[in-house]
Design a protein. Structure first.
Length: 359
């Protein structure tokens, strides 16, 4: 998540001084970036701690950059290196995380300099693109001087947690109960999932033809994304037939403005067993209702059968005008991918809340 927040407690930094933009040096900068984090985030966001946010990604340490001014780190930008499916190829992409600027350093172009420094490094190291989720304050920076293209509308969707709630469903809804004969002919075992189970690789291989551009959601990604969170907040359930995982969901409960919401953080289903996906969505709803949730929240992939399953189940995309927090997903191609139109087309992207660091 990229935030540029105001800090009212630190004294003003001297005028006329020049900041230094450079790569992050762990031994030298870790403590000072922690101090910047504490100034920008006076209370932990979503249970996130610096240790969790800056942990090594699936492909090793995060590339990071800082701006130093008068002995203080006043701006920081990081990127999580992740393997992406891009068409039929595997490429190296990066999600921008932990972008923060000291309020007293704003207006001097330091964050822009830090991010450009980081993007240049990513390009030199062979990354195909950098993408990220920004709030309203930082949106104008990342889509302006940093040259990222916004992919709109932001695909936030909601669904009532109560299955009896009157709600529009598309004709032929797979959200209706699964016919008994389908379950009897191909029974599924619904059980607790294990983060990082190797069988997730096989499910991803079967699902991946649905994905044009998206993070590779294999066992490695699953283990990295959902283990080690300070709050230990994620729940995973899956449906199996013999040794194969046919569908899974990962969920998290939030209390947002007094309303308990169950977030469908990640969800995959075997294209050859779509009823397994429906069963797992019903299982997710039952879990949410049992935990007192009123609403279900998901990001709709811009395409793929997962979007179709979610819409038929009852998820409706919320117009951006009614979003309680305005978020923007944006991307900038690097190197040979920089000028390709495919990466800037929202329809090509497969997203879920698992692609963010805020849920």
């Amino acid at each position: 998540m990229e935030l540029l927040l105001r800090n009212r407690e630190e004294p003003a930094l001297p005028a006329g001084e020049e900041g230094t933009v450079r790569d992050f040096i762990p031994i030298q900068d870790s403590a000072r970036v922690l101090q910047l984090w504490q100034r920008v985030f006076p209370a932990p966001a979503s249970g996130i701690t610096p240790e969790w946010e800056f942990r090594n990604g699936p492909l090793g340490p995060q590339p990071r950059a800082v701006a130093e001014w008068c002995g203080r780190v006043v701006a920081h930008a990081g990127a999580v290196p992740i393997r992406f499916q891009y068409g039929g190829d595997t490429v190296l992409g990066a999600y921008s995380v932990a972008a923060m600027t000291d309020a007293e350093a704003r207006g001097r172009g330091l964050y822009t300099g830090v991010a450009k420094h980081l993007y240049s490094r990513l390009e030199r190291e062979g990354f195909a693109f950098v993408a990220g989720f920004s709030n309203r304050r930082s949106m104008s920076v990342v889509t302006g001087p940093l040259g990222r293209t916004p992919l709109r509308p932001f695909p936030w969707a909601i669904c009532p947690a109560a299955s009896w709630f009157p709600w529009f469903r598309r004709p032929g809804s797979v959200g209706a109960p699964v016919p008994v004969d389908v379950q009897a002919n191909a029974p599924l075992e619904l059980e607790e999932g294990v983060f990082g189970d190797p069988a997730l690789d096989d499910l991803w291989r079967r699902f991946s033809p649905q994905v044009r551009i998206g993070a590779i959601r294999d066992a490695q990604f699953n283990h990295w994304r959902f283990t080690g969170h300070p709050d230990g907040v994620y729940r995973m359930r899956w449906g199996r037939t013999a040794a194969q995982i046919r569908a899974y969901w990962v969920g998290r409960i939030f209390v947002f403005r007094g309303i308990k919401v169950a977030f469908l953080v990640d969800f995959l289903a075997d294209p050859q067993r779509l009823e397994a996906g429906t069963l797992l969505l019903n299982d997710f709803r039952q879990w949410a209702a049992a935990n007192g949730a009123w609403l279900l929240s998901a990001l709709l992939p811009f395409h793929s059968l997962i979007r179709d399953l979610l819409e038929r189940f009852g998820f409706l995309q919320v117009p951006e005008l009614f979003h309680p927090h305005r978020l923007c997903f944006s991307v900038r191609g690097l190197g040979k991918v920089g000028g390709e139109s495919e990466i800037k087309d929202p329809k090509n992207w497969f997203l879920s809340w698992a692609d963010t660091d805020i849920v």
